[in-house]
Design a protein around this ligand. Structure first.
Ligand code: ZN
Length: 212
């Protein structure tokens, strides 16, 4: 198995098991007082992450772009396992890219979109910038706020997150709006918003192949 390019897709946290139980830490869910989400008023971040990541995977399949899903269908597998999978397969291919999909929580009033990379200037920043532009193109003013840190000249924020610092290939972590904000959470249930976020990610993956 030698491929030129392989994308690692990571739907953050866990999803819903065979008994219908959400198998993720309480900080990754939020009960809204109105609206209908994944289980009545409950919004489950891991379920959104899977809905979006599965959409990205379907598009990549349609385009015959090789990808490997490092997250489990529903289990909240350890980050070291997810990253370990990616790092093993990365040695078998010429180029690869890791994308971790999340939604944010910020206490209720925070809204918007942001992308994280590891500290310092790396190829991950270039990929993040491509993705920033693709999300702006496809979602525009549908998104309440684009949250960036321009202090180092690009739009991504930087953090020492495990999936960003332990991966051997360029990696971005995308925070798609705030699931504990009602308006943002409603958008995350909107199929057109999900579709546009997924399409932006596919375009980023296609463009990343030529800059990595
Ligand atoms: Zn998350």
């Amino acid at each position: 198995m030698v491929k030129d390019f392989l994308v690692f897709l990571d739907a953050g946290h866990g999803g819903i098991d065979a008994d219908g139980k959400y198998v993720t830490a309480p900080s990754k869910e939020f009960k809204h007082s109105k609206g209908t989400f994944h289980n009545g008023g409950w919004f489950y971040e891991g379920v959104f992450n899977r809905t979006l990541t599965d959409r990205v995977a379907r598009k990549l399949r349609d385009l015959s772009i090789p990808y490997y899903m490092v997250s489990h269908e529903y289990k909240d597998t350890h980050l070291s396992y997810r990253v370990g999978l990616a790092n093993w397969y990365a040695k078998k291919v010429k180029k690869s890219l890791y994308i971790s999909n999340h939604a944010n929580a910020g206490g209720g009033s925070a809204r918007g979109f942001e992308i994280f990379t590891s500290p310092g200037r790396t190829n991950s920043d270039k990929v993040a910038e491509l993705h920033w532009d693709n999300v702006k193109d496809l979602l525009g003013d549908r998104i309440a706020r684009y949250r960036s840190d321009k202090s180092d000249g690009d739009h991504d924020k930087e953090a020492r997150l495990y999936v960003l610092t332990r991966t051997s290939m360029p990696a971005i972590l995308v925070e798609h709006l705030f699931f504990d904000n009602y308006e943002d959470a409603m958008q995350l249930m909107d199929d057109e918003i999900i579709e546009r976020f997924a399409e932006a990610q596919v375009r980023t993956i296609i463009e990343a192949q030529s800059i990595l």
